[in-house]
Design a protein around this ligand. Structure first.
Ligand SMILES: NC(=O)c1ccc[n+]([C@@H]2O[C@H](COP(=O)([O-])OP(=O)(O)OC[C@H]3O[C@@H](n4cnc5c(N)ncnc54)[C@H](O)[C@@H]3O)[C@@H](O)[C@H]2O)c1
Ligand SMILES: O=C(O)[C@H](O)COP(=O)(O)O
Length: 471
């Protein structure tokens, strides 16, 4: 088992390095870390017994809290490491979250758990956050970085699932399938063709042509749709899709408008009364991005007027913490209005909720957490500089890996190397991101009893945010 220790105010700054078989490391010239197979989670083995002087804790001492029903694949990888894993099916109210987060070194969440500065400031032992989803808007990334807490996510493992849901919704809206099905469930046969359409030849307007938007573009063209898209970045069109210069251009031309932008200050209420009024009469709106992107009261007005012939919402400004919670309470006054509208598909944030997506996300994020906890590798981190050293000497005795997360100020490397200077620095890599820098150094000829001195000296530097020594 690997181990870690706690030197400063409960912050685990060192844990025993573990060996890793070289087949798990990329041999590509770019030296990126290849995503390991699922067995990676059990592939890391302890190297030697723990030196008493460091009061290290074993991997069993690493406490991980997983919220929001993280997939079994991820739980298995983490428990396979020997970490203590507590997994809950829902998110937690802030007060309970604060109580729980005080104790853990790692937290895994999905889109609902808000890790604000207020919550994170209580997380004295936290070294890393895993977002088992695409979005990271629920985490205060800047504050986490200032504290040296790494954040990882799964940038595209559920993109296909979302794109397929949107395709289903386009046809469902065009044919009013939701309403017909509801009527049949109530015993009413209502065979109509008025205002029911084929999607072939219609124009799909995609707002945000990233992972999901671009995948959707390909699927929609296969159905015979014309695709236009709007994005703040100029992006290569797939197939015969066409980028339009403004959102208004898209709204005026599209029969279906679908939103795939992140939650940013600029995308809040991006679709409100003015934008809905620009949309073609009888057009449709789909939002499977974030609940903040659509002004819901404005949508209700537009649908009641008939200008918008149908809509699909998968995401909402306030979402319940878990299944069974009452939807209307969270939407306040809008819940009842939404539920009363025809040709409005309401789904409980299930865009990425498929077996395939959740299983892949579980593996991807859990592997990233293991690599970070055990090896300090930040590849894929959304808030720290991405640093990886591929060490061929990890299994040799008297080697240690130093991780020094620090403020990006002049003179740090000189001071760090003064501290490491008595040892043989085999490799060293440092990268910065804004005000923050991440240094990784593999040193040899270091005795275990010297490791505490190194850690203490690094901690004593004024630039220090967090020091970890892996050995
Ligand atoms: N419903 C779900 O279950 C579900 C699942 C996955 C992702 N999502 C959400 O879907 C959204 C898109 O995900 P993605 O993986 O495609 O993201 P992405 O980062 O790959 O793509 C987002 C695109 O939006 C563009 N963009 C940013 N700001 C914009 C603006 N103001 N106007 C126009 N374009 C803008 C970006 O340039 C980028 O091309 C995110 O909000 C994500 O959280 C929801
Ligand atoms: O950000 C995401 O990946 C989606 O919104 C899905 O979130 P979820 O994992 O909470 O369903």
């Amino acid at each position: 088992m690997s181990s870690a220790r706690d030197i400063n105010a409960g912050v685990p700054i060192a844990h025993r390095r573990v060996s890793i078989s070289t087949q798990n490391l990329s041999t590509s010239p770019t030296a990126t870390f290849q995503s390991p197979p699922a067995s990676f989670g059990t592939g890391l083995q302890p190297r030697r017994s723990v030196p008493k002087v460091l009061k290290p804790f074993n991997t069993q001492d690493i406490k991980i809290l997983l919220l929001e029903n993280v997939n079994q694949t991820g739980r298995d990888i983490l428990t396979g490491q020997g970490y203590q894993v507590e997994a809950l099916k829902t998110s937690l109210p802030e007060d309970q979250l604060i109580e729980k987060i005080r104790d853990v070194h790692v937290i895994g969440i999905r889109s609902k758990t808000k890790l604000s500065e207020r919550v994170l400031s209580e997380a004295k032992n936290l070294i890393v956050i895993g977002c088992f989803c695409i979005g990271t808007n629920q985490v205060d990334l800047n504050y986490a970085a200032r504290r040296g807490i790494a954040v990882f996510n799964s940038p595209f493992a559920n993109s296909r699932s979302v794109a397929e849901l949107v395709i289903a919704e386009i046809i469902t809206l065009a044919r009013q399938l939701g309403d017909r099905s509801l009527e049949m469930h109530r015993g009413t046969w209502n065979k109509v063709s008025a205002k029911c359409w084929e999607v072939r030849g219609k124009t799909l307007g995609i707002v945000g042509y990233g992972h999901i938007g671009s995948q959707l573009s390909v699927l929609a063209e296969a159905l015979g749709m014309n695709v236009i898209y709007y994005d703040v970045v100029t992006l290569m069109a797939l197939g015969t899709a066409r980028q339009v210069p403004t959102l208004d251009n898209l709204l005026e031309e599209a029969d279906f408008v679908t939103l795939h932008v992140p939650d940013l200050p600029e995308t809040r209420n991006m679709i409100s009364t003015a934008q809905l009024n620009r949309m073609k009469e009888g057009s449709y709106l789909i939002n499977a991005s974030r609940g903040t992107v659509v002004d819901i009261p404005a949508l209700i007005v537009a649908m009641r007027s008939g200008n918008i012939a149908g809509a699909a919402l998968d995401v909402y400004p306030n979402e319940p913490a878990g299944n069974g919670d009452y939807f209307t309470n969270n939407l306040n006054q809008w819940g009842e209005d939404l539920r009363s509208l025809s040709n409005l598909i309401l789904t409980p944030h299930i865009g990425g909720s498929t077996e395939e997506a959740q299983s892949a996300i579980g593996v991807e994020v859990a592997d990233a957490l293991v690599r970070y906890i055990n090896l300090g590798i930040t590849l894929g981190s959304v808030n720290l500089p991405e640093v990886q050293l591929r060490s061929l000497t990890m299994d040799e005795p008297d080697h240690a890996r130093i991780i020094y997360i620090h403020r990006n100020v002049p003179g740090v490397l000189r001071k760090v190397n003064e501290i490491l200077g008595d040892h043989n620095v085999d490799k060293q890599l440092s990268d910065s991101r804004g005000d923050l820098a991440y240094l990784m150094a593999d040193i040899s000829n270091v005795r275990y009893e010297q490791i505490k001195d190194i850690a203490d000296s690094l901690d004593g530097l004024s630039s220090c945010i967090m020091t970890r020594v892996l050995y």
